[in-house]
Design a protein around this ligand. Structure first.
Ligand code: NI
Length: 390
């Protein structure tokens, strides 16, 4: 029996749009997605889909197909950002200073739509679909917590999507290999010795030592790692000193590291510590490193990308699937993929006529809502293609 998921999705378009608008109106910041999670749970209950509330404000639903088979996880994130919305939409944020500027309202609505479709065709499904509605993507904690609380138990494959304002509506970007960078964070404390600015020889100037550390850290990208492996080391914050004629006794540097390979990622903390400590020592100062691993690199698996292209062809057309240049931005979807294969797709939502071509995190960010049913259909189609392939 053949199933036309594209046609089924059309029936749910008003539902998906309504859900997206409702979530958009009530954005909640990371780890505070109480209302959103409660509404997601309520909607799944109405569909008769069993669910558990895990990871604080996370929801995990399960659709059991009629026949035995593999298990696929479909994932959406639910959190919003501390941004004041500058759109004139009738469903503009009602929560001052908080906005769904990263499209997670759309992601949540698309997965609810996908759940409706899959639930309708579960009598033809081989295997199980796990619906992951995670909290706290923006602070890189949600995926880790969902995994720690069992969301990925028994899962063979994972699929996820992110809406993108620089990709034309109607296009789905699929890229094999590294797509998004590992995102890590560091804090370096450089300790010197205070004194009078007129007599630097009596103190240890933390400003000069920390400045040298900032410069030398750039050799991690240029001298430590392979020229074939991109690495970004950025110091975003440098705090030191109190007054023009006082030697600073301490400097605190904070920054981020981005790279696309697990191996390179493992090497960087050692290199950073060695360079910081030895550079500081050459100025009679000391350095201490705190290194925080946030998210792994997101690396799409080829067989999953090939399957996703077929799914896109079934929902849209052969030429709707396009390639995309990897980005040094990060996504905690990568955490799910450290143990199982899968693919993360970008959904084009840029439509000049509808004024939906803003980059994510922009105060005017919004989506071409025509793509919501496509996203819902793609969730369902990919799950179907994975579970029902012979
Ligand atoms: Ni996002």
């Amino acid at each position: 029996m053949s199933t036309n998921i594209k046609e089924l999705a059309k029936n749910y378009e008003p539902y998906i749009t309504d859900m997206r608008r409702e979530f958009h109106m009530h954005p909640e910041t990371s780890l505070h997605e109480e209302r959103t999670a409660a509404r997601v749970a309520e909607e799944l209950e109405k569909m008769g889909i069993p669910l558990v509330r895990i990871a604080g404000t996370g929801v995990l639903g399960t659709i059991h197909g009629k026949f035995p088979g593999k298990t696929i996880a479909l994932r959406a994130d639910m959190d919003a950002l501390e941004i004041t919305e500058k759109t004139d939409l009738p469903f503009k944020s009602k929560n001052d200073g908080v906005m769904h500027a990263c499209g997670h309202d759309s992601h949540t609505a698309m997965l609810l739509g996908g759940a409706k479709i899959l639930n309708e065709i579960k009598d033809q499904l081989h295997g199980t679909v796990k619906l992951i509605f995670q909290p706290a993507e923006e602070v890189a904690q949600g995926a880790k917590r969902m995994i720690a609380e069992g969301a990925m138990e028994g899962v063979d494959e994972i699929f996820g999507m992110h809406v993108m304002g620089d990709l034309p509506a109607g296009k789905i970007a699929l890229h094999t290999g590294p797509l998004m960078a590992a995102v890590d964070m560091f804090k370096l404390t450089i300790k010197g010795k205070g004194g009078h600015g007129s007599m630097p020889n009596y103190g240890v100037d933390a400003v000069v030592a920390a400045s040298a550390v900032v410069m030398n850290l750039q050799t991690i990208a240029s001298r430590e790692s392979s020229p074939m492996e991109p690495v970004v080391v950025s110091v975003g914050k440098f705090v030191s000193g109190t007054r023009f004629n006082i030697l600073a006794d301490e400097a605190v540097l904070e920054g981020t590291v981005r790279c696309f390979s697990h191996q390179v990622r493992r090497q960087i903390p050692e290199a950073m510590e060695r360079i910081a400590k030895s550079t500081a020592a050459s100025y009679r100062a000391e350095a201490e490193l705190e290194y925080t691993l946030l998210t792994a690199p997101l690396i799409n698996v080829e067989s999953s990308v090939v399957r996703a292209r077929k799914s896109v062809a079934a929902i849209l057309s052969e030429d709707a699937a396009v390639d995309v240049v990897p980005t040094t931005g990060g996504e905690d979807f990568s955490e799910y993929m450290t143990n199982v294969p899968g693919v993360f797709a970008f959904v084009g939502i840029c439509n000049e006529e509808k004024d939906t071509c803003y980059s994510i995190h922009h105060p005017k960010f919004t989506v071409d809502e025509d793509m919501l049913k496509i996203g819902a259909a793609l969730h369902a189609q990919y799950a179907w293609d994975f579970l029902n392939e012979s």
